[in-house]
Design a protein around this ligand. Structure first.
Ligand SMILES: C[S@@+](CC[C@H](N)C(=O)[O-])C[C@H]1O[C@@H](n2cnc3c(N)ncnc32)[C@H](O)[C@@H]1O
Length: 284
């Protein structure tokens, strides 16, 4: 399947909710719960951004698509009663077709209507700096291109850029396995600090294993419109309310799909070895 050119159609998902269906994969973004609830409950709720007291926060919005997490972040910075004064967002995507679809259907998404001016600017340019009515600053940067390449390019001139939260929302590992690999999670780990949290809707064993092998501590967070819990990864064990237990090692070893199909033999070997000595799973 081609991985470029992502077109969406508006989809009525019932209960008065709307989302977008990605034409190539047939995937409905944010499944049955809808974009606003999933972005708010799963991504924002698990991210720790609301509990963090630092005045400046940096977020990677990976797989921006039709902008559900982006809108939730704008809602967050527009909320006067939190300590965040400066929010810096790096949004990664191949292109802005999803944001254009959102802008075209803004009437179905209350947050999109509120942030219409931001959306128009974001579609027109890759860097938007705006003040909220209470004087807070949001700086948005669009990182256009294939994530396998853009993740390798320095995002700023400053050394040691760290993300406080990472929202990882690509199409599923089944349809886009090349975006769920050990190498990508290892690269992202370089942007982490001990309190960084990475949130994704996936619950796949192969994703948990690749994240852990890449250096992350890995746990479960809320299920979002499905049975299995979603994955949260963090820069330290203390950030996780529900860390994977040591017996995850045997789950991994007995799994029919322990690796994402795009992993190289070298990466598979690395994952096996690194998992065995990961401090989260050591049983001594
Ligand atoms: C599941 S959608 C994201 C949904 C989005 N977060 C939302 O709230 O609407 C996945 C996104 O990944 C993007 N994508 C697919 N392949 C990519 C790649 N190789 N590099 C960067 N982005 C990619 C697609 O353009 C699409 O917008």
């Amino acid at each position: 399947m081609s991985n470029d050119g992502n077109k969406y159609v508006l989809e009525d998902i019932g209960g008065g909710l709307y989302s977008f269906r990605h034409i190539q994969t047939g995937e409905i973004l944010h499944g049955t719960v809808g974009p606003e609830k999933e972005a708010r409950d799963l991504y924002m709720g698990s991210s720790g951004l609301m509990q963090n007291n630092a005045p400046s926060r940096t977020v990677f919005d990976i797989g921006t698509g039709c902008g559900a997490q982006l809108l939730a972040l704008l809602d967050f910075i527009n909320e006067p009663n939190n300590t965040c004064e400066n929010l810096r967002i790096f949004s990664f995507d191949l292109e802005k077709l999803g944001l254009q679809a959102l802008a075209g259907a803004a009437g179905h998404f209350p947050s999109a209507l509120i942030h219409q001016e931001f959306l128009e600017r974001a579609i027109a340019t890759d860097n938007v700096i705006m003040k909220t009515p209470s004087g807070k600053t949001v700086e948005w940067n669009f990182v256009a291109g294939d994530f396998r390449e853009t993740v390798l390019i320095p995002l700023t001139k400053e050394d040691g850029l760290k993300a406080d939260a990472v929202f990882y929302d690509f199409f599923s590992p089944a349809s886009h396995p090349w975006l769920w690999t050990f190498d990508l999670f290892k690269k992202l780990f370089e942007y982490s600090h001990p309190k960084t949290r990475l949130v994704t809707y996936s619950s796949a064993t192969s994703v948990k294993a690749a994240l852990a092998a890449a250096g992350w501590f890995v746990g479960n967070t809320i299920a979002s419109g499905k049975k299995a819990k979603s994955i949260i990864a963090a820069g330290s064990l203390g950030e996780l309310d529900d860390p994977l237990p040591a017996k995850f090692l045997s789950t991994f070893e007995n799994s029919h799909k322990p690796f994402c199909p795009s992993e190289t033999e070298e990466s598979k070997q690395n994952i096996r070895e690194r998992l065995r000595c990961h401090p989260q799973f050591r049983q001594d």
